[in-house]
Each structure stands twice: as C-alpha cells, then as structure tokens.
Design a protein around this ligand. Structure first.
Ligand code: S3P
Length: 456
C-alpha cells in the first residue's frame, strides 16, 4: 500500500515515544533464563518484539499478559505488561518447530548466542530481508567457542541450525562495533567454561551489559580512549569480561523507556518544518544511543532536555524541539556511527534540509541493515531533487529544496519513516511504497502519530 504525505506547516503537540525496541528484546530473552518471575511493563508491541516473544514461548518460557490492552494498528488489542516465568539458565527446551524471527536481526543474533549454550537442536529463520543478512559475524565466533552451527551459503545466512552445549570461553576482537554480536557472545559466555573476553573497536549500545549485570551476572567492563562529543562516548574502545555465573540469574522488574530511535523521526521533523513545537516524553537517553543529538547540535539545532530521571537503570527525559531551525551541514566519521547506527537515515533527511554539503563516512554497516540503507537514502533523496554522492561507506548530501516523489521504502521501517518526515518539508505529495506495512516492525502507530502532530 502507498502512504501519501503532504508538505505541512509544522508539527505541534506531545508524543510518547513507543517503548525501546532493543531493551524490549533483551527483557524478554533475559527474563526467560532468569530463575523465577519477572515483570515487564510497557513492552514494545511491534512485529520485531512479537517475534522475540513468540520465540521465547516456543523455547518454554511462560509469558502472560496482564492489565489493560492497547490497540495496535495491524495487530488488534495486545497487552502492554507481561509476567515472565523464567526457566533458569538450563531450563529452556528444544522447540518443536523452527523459530520464526520475522524481520528481526536482534532476535536472530541474540538467540544464536543463547541457543549455542543450550544442549538441543534449533533452527532460526525469517523473512526475505532477514534471510539475506550476514550471520557469519556471529556464527564464526560461536563455532570457535564450541557450538555446532550450520547455515545457508557456507554458514553465512539464515536459516541457521544450532546444536548447542559444551562451550569454552573465547577471547574475541570484534572487527566492527555491533551490539548484536557483542550480546550474542555475552549470552554464550554465560554457558562457557572459563572467561569470555570481547573487545569492540568502539562502544555500541550497552543495554545487555546493564541488564545482565542487574540480574547478578559477573561482567567487568573497561572503556578506553573516551573522547566526549556532545556528551557522548565517541570512539571509545570497549572490553567486556564475562564468566559463567555460579548461581542462577535473578528475575527483575522493568518499565521499558521510550525509544530514542523512534523519537528521532519527530525530532528531525520538528527541526525542518516551520512553526513546529513538540514535546517527546519519556525518551531513553542512554549515551550509547543518542549520537544523533550530538550531530544535530553540531548542525546548530537547539534541543532542550527536561525532566531527566533514571528509570530501570536507564536515563530518561523529555525532549522539546521547535522549528524551523536553520541547520548547517556536518561531516560524520566512523567514530560516531555506532552511537547513531539506526539514525543515519533520518540524519540524511536533516542534511538534505541543511545549508551546505554534509558527508557521512565509515557507515558500511548500513548496507547490511533491513535494507541497503545507503542506497535507499541516496535513491530516495535524489528522486526528491537532492544532490547525493554515494560512496561504498556512506554518502554526501548537498542541502536543497525537496519536491514530493514516489519513494521505495525497500520494506524497511526506518527508510519509510525517514521519507515520511522528508515529505513534510517537500513541495507537493510524497508517496511511500509499502510504508504502512514497513512501520509495523518498530512503530506501528507512526503514521497516526504523524497525522495528529501535523494537524496539531
Ligand atoms: C541493535 C543493534 C544494532 C541496531 C539494531 C538493534 C540491538 O545492530 O542497528 O537495530 O538491539 O542490539 P548492530 O549491533 O548489528 O549494529
């Protein structure tokens, strides 16, 4: 289905960002291997996290919704809160069928790590996009730890068949900073004899470290060479040591904070449209996630953060953004990328509305996300009349005047939402192919929220 967006005067009103996707996945997986009952309040209700919820049920965890239900576009009424009866570290059971990870790379990679430690047979598979995403990055180190893993195309892509058990600790230098690979190895480390030492070239999102530590896992972290830009730990190398726990992991209670990656679309939407005035409430401001704030500030944006507090071990706050702000071009290099890995598409939209030529480099990872996001952004912005130069590891964008166009979302949620926001500041109509279907992955009521703010 095609979604139509018309250029608008501005965005006005208050948004509560949907619950964080990364934290929701982890809360479901980790509570399933805790000993006893955990409580998750405000789970993200979207296709990716529902894939994880179904996977953990298939592996034997008891997951029951309670309290009020919420209507979620495309999913009907669903519980927001859940009680999870964990099976303990060694209590998961062999699934009777394959595990459908849908579109979710996080489900697939984290479960590769978890299932490598469990002595049974399991198969992970997903949709066309997922089954073409590279998995050797997690399979290889897990095989080195002792797991028996086979996958399509010389162990490169899903379906992935795993027979876990008998792991040994590993010392592993990750070639690319990746929270998914890091988390998979940490989960395997919970089952390995000896110490697992993981080094990532620069700090990626650290929700796994925070949550597993709070459950009593033995995790020692060392961050070196920290350079602060906009308050963020840019380019800092990170070493994690994890040991098989002597005791079972403790259950926990968590209230999932709002997702900065979802808030990012409306932050940029407000910055690039006339007379905008929005508040985005309850957003997780974990510094490993908020690189975009530093980038937008360097472009001249003023974003006010109020009401900061710690909720379930994460910094949370309300963001106030007014528009239209005159943005300047920016150069973003490799050291920034892990802190804004999912926000590069919307940063490209900000760059298209800024004065001058912006360059984003060191972002090769974007080519293997839910779509090739470098190609998708270059193609879409060009069809809106923006001058773009594409590199293997990024793109250069010269700010200009955008005109409405028919945009291919490549079925990718973040591409669809980025171009819906671009459409707000374009002349005429912007149409997004498969937009409504795509946003179900992380933000099912994105278009309803956008319409409300645009009419605000
Ligand atoms: C995620 C990590 C990132 C990110 C993805 C979610 C996570 O992937 O792009 O959307 O929850 O760990 P990589 O770790 O592969 O960079």
């Amino acid at each position: 289905m095609i979604k139509r967006i018309e250029g608008k005067a501005g965005l006005k009103g208050t948004v509560i960002s949907p619950p964080d996707k990364s934290i929701s996945h982890r809360a479901l997986i980790f509570s399933s291997i805790a000993q006893g009952q955990s409580r998750i309040e405000d789970l993200l209700l979207a296709a990716d996290t529902i894939s994880t919820l179904n996977a953990m049920k298939l592996l034997g965890a008891k997951i029951e919704g309670y309290g009020k239900k919420k209507r979620v576009p495309g999913f009907g009424a669903a519980y927001r809160n859940y009680l999870i009866t964990g099976k303990g570290l060694h209590g998961l059971s062999e699934p009777a069928t394959f595990i459908d990870c849908g579109n979710s790379g996080t489900t697939t990679r984290l479960l590769c790590g978890l299932l490598s430690g469990n002595p049974f047979f399991s198969v992970l598979s997903g949709d066309e996009s997922l089954n073409s995403r590279p998995m050797k990055r997690v399979i290889q180190p897990l095989v080195n730890m002792g797991a028996d893993i086979r996958a399509r195309a010389s162990d490169s892509y899903p379906p992935i068949a795993i027979r876990g058990g008998n792991l040994n600790g590993l010392k592993y230098d990750m070639p690319v900073a990746s929270a998914q690979v890091k988390s998979a190895l940490m989960l395997a480390g919970l089952y390995a004899d000896g110490e697992t030492v993981i080094k990532e070239p620069s700090l990626s999102r650290d929700h796994t470290e925070r949550m597993l530590s709070s459950m009593g896992a033995s995790i020692i972290e060392e961050v070196t060479g920290e350079v602060s830009a906009g308050g963020n730990p840019i380019g800092a190398a990170h070493v994690i040591r994890i040991q098989k726990p002597a005791n079972e992991l403790s259950p926990f209670e968590i209230k999932i904070p709002g997702d900065f990656s979802s808030a990012a679309f409306f932050i940029v939407g407000a910055l690039i449209t006339q007379n905008s005035r929005i508040t985005i409430k309850n957003v997780c401001l974990n510094p490993t996630r908020t690189g975009l704030l530093g980038a937008l500030q360097a472009m001249g944006a003023i974003i006010n953060i109020k009401n900061k507090k710690i909720i379930s071990g994460e910094l949370v706050g309300d963001l106030h953004v007014n528009g239209k702000q005159g943005l300047r071009a920016i150069d973003v290099n490799e050291s920034w990328i892990p802190l804004m890995i999912d926000e590069i598409p919307i940063l490209c939209v900000a760059a298209a509305c800024a004065q001058g030529r912006s360059e984003i480099r060191g972002a090769t990872e974007l080519r293997v996300k839910e779509s090739d996001r470098i190609k998708a952004m270059a193609k879409g912005l060009e069809s809106m009349g923006i001058e773009v130069e594409e590199f293997e590891d990024g793109l250069a964008i010269t700010g200009g005047t955008m005109k409405g166009a028919l945009i291919d979302s490549f079925g990718d949620h973040r591409i669809a939402m980025s171009f819906a926001i671009a459409g707000l500041s374009a002349s005429g109509i912007t149409e997004i192919e498969n937009g409504e279907e795509a946003v179900k992955i992380s933000y099912p009521d994105f278009f309803q929220t956008l319409k409300r703010l645009a009419n605000g």
